[in-house]
Design a protein around this ligand. Structure first.
Ligand SMILES: Cc1cc2nc3c(=O)[nH]c(=O)nc-3n(C[C@H](O)[C@H](O)[C@H](O)COP(=O)(O)OP(=O)(O)OC[C@H]3O[C@@H](n4cnc5c(N)ncnc54)[C@H](O)[C@@H]3O)c2cc1C
Ligand SMILES: *[C@@H]1O[C@H](CO)[C@@H](O)[C@H](O)[C@H]1NC(C)=O
Ligand SMILES: *[C@@H]1O[C@H](CO)[C@@H](O)[C@H](O)[C@H]1NC(C)=O
Length: 383
């Protein structure tokens, strides 16, 4: 019989892991408090701890340092890029998958800290090398810059998703292929083992056996003891279309970016990155600053717009589930978690911060590997 894996979380990380586990032959149940739905109906205050609806979401290539720092994440981003391309090209015209391919443009202002290492050290040859393999990468020249404050720029091929269209697509695919879902709010990861014994849905109606749990709970159970904290982001959703996803880093550390969502989702104009800020309310002054800066950075976004201006749909505030030590992708045994006293295995997959979509399929592969290695070791120790 196929082993039964319970994934906690139905954000982009939990959903991707669930689909990947299913493809690897496991029986999978997703348990979560929040599930994807039409973003238009989501109350910003009520759903604020659910990150996935509030992302842009685009893929920005973040080149790893020559020292190798950041290389694992870059590989995860390459894996995700390949998977997004395969999903979009295998889809029939009627599949609303929410993925759009387009150019990504980066501008970095004089004085921005990233110029000292990441961007300053990036040549075309290195970007196009087999190791980095950044598709369509090209350095831009001063003629391509919007103003004289920009010191460095590049463009590349990338993808954007309309987050809730994409996540709902993953959820439909998962259920269509036999996956089960249960909407439950948990107080702790270990609760899943006890719940499964009592709950016909989570326990798959049988003996309530859970062979492994995946902790993709975002900022859900996060506490200071684990170094989990939110990085607040305020953006503005506008109806204006845009032909590229553009990101600019300013000398003072602030950001301007736009992410066309496609699928009649408008364009996200952002955005702030505020570690440890729990403020759920958007600021009108910030909205004005973001829109003004975007218009100056990429005037094409207003070409053909009614009245030559932005049409605001809503302000957005989200919490990026960040972890001080970075992404946690590893297994852990919870002593005595299984009814009867056995240890329960949990594969952690959280702390992706602002890169949950970008790294999703790489992390999902890591989850499958971790679960498989644990189950193989368990089988050989009891054989
Ligand atoms: C403004 C903004 C812009 C962003 N832009 C981008 C971008 O362009 N590209 C990109 O890659 N990323 C972007 N991100 C980051 C991205 O949104 C996150 O990294 C990603 O959504 C994290 O997904 P997740 O599945 O880990 O967490 P979440 O989406 O938060 O999902 C967590 C899941 O766990 C469940 N859960 C939590 N606690 C419990 C509990 N106690 N009981 C039961 N279930 C529970 C929740 O209900 C939910 O289903 C952005 C984020 C913000 C805020
Ligand atoms: C979001 O999480 C925080 C910290 O756990 C909690 O205090 C707050 O009540 C949650 N907000 C909502 C709307 O659930
Ligand atoms: C599960 O994920 C949360 C982040 O949401 C983390 O704080 C926690 O330590 C993880 N593990 C357990 C056993 O709860």
């Amino acid at each position: 019989m196929a082993k039964h894996i319970v994934v906690i979380g139905a954000g982009v990380v939990g959903l991707s892991a669930a689909v990947a586990l299913q493809e690897a032959g496991y029986d999978v149940t997703i348990v979560a408090r929040d599930f994807p739905g039409p973003a238009e109906t989501f109350d910003g205050l009520q759903h604020i701890n659910f990150s996935s609806p509030w992302a842009g979401a685009h893929n920005r290539w973040v080149p790893p340092l020559p020292s190798g720092e950041g290389l694992r994440e870059h590989r995860f981003a390459l894996t995700t890029f390949a998977r997004m391309r395969a999903l979009a090209s295998a889809a029939t015209e009627s599949t609303a998958h929410g993925i759009t391919f387009m150019k990504g443009i980066e501008y970095v202002d004089t004085g921005a800290a990233v110029l000292a290492d990441v961007y300053g050290l990036l040549t075309e040859a290195r970007a196009q090398s087999a190791e980095l393999a950044m598709p369509g990468f090209r350095l831009l020249g001063a003629d391509d810059f919007p103003d004289a404050r920009v010191a460095w720029g590049c463009e590349y091929d990338t993808w954007c998703v309309n987050p809730m269209v994409y996540c709902a697509f993953l959820l439909r695919r998962f259920v269509f292929r036999g996956g089960r879902v249960a909407r439950r709010e948990l107080r702790a990861v270990a609760e899943v083992f006890a719940l499964a014994a009592a709950d016909a849905v989570v326990g798959r109606g049988g003996g309530g056996v859970v062979d492994a749990v995946v902790n993709a709970s975002g900022v859900g159970f996060g506490g200071p003891e684990d170094g989990v904290f939110p990085t607040r982001g305020q953006t503005c959703l506008v109806a204006n279309a845009c032909d590229a996803t553009v990101t600019r880093q300013h000398a003072d550390g602030s950001w301007t970016f736009c992410v066309p969502r496609g699928f009649e989702g408008g364009t996200i104009v952002g955005g702030t990155k505020e570690p440890d800020s729990w403020d759920p309310l958007p600021s009108l002054a910030v909205r004005e600053r973001l829109l003004g800066s975007m218009a100056a950075t990429y005037p094409r976004i207003l070409e053909g717009a009614a009245g030559g201006d932005f049409t605001v749909i809503r302000d957005v505030v989200g919490r990026r589930p960040t972890r001080k030590a970075g992404l946690r992708l590893e297994g852990e045994l919870l002593p005595g978690a299984v009814a009867g006293g056995g240890d329960g295995f949990v594969m952690h997959a959280y702390g992706l911060g602002g890169r949950g979509y970008e790294l999703s399929w790489g992390v999902a592969e890591g989850v499958v590997t971790g679960v498989r290695e644990y189950l193989e070791a368990r089988a050989s120790s009891t054989a």
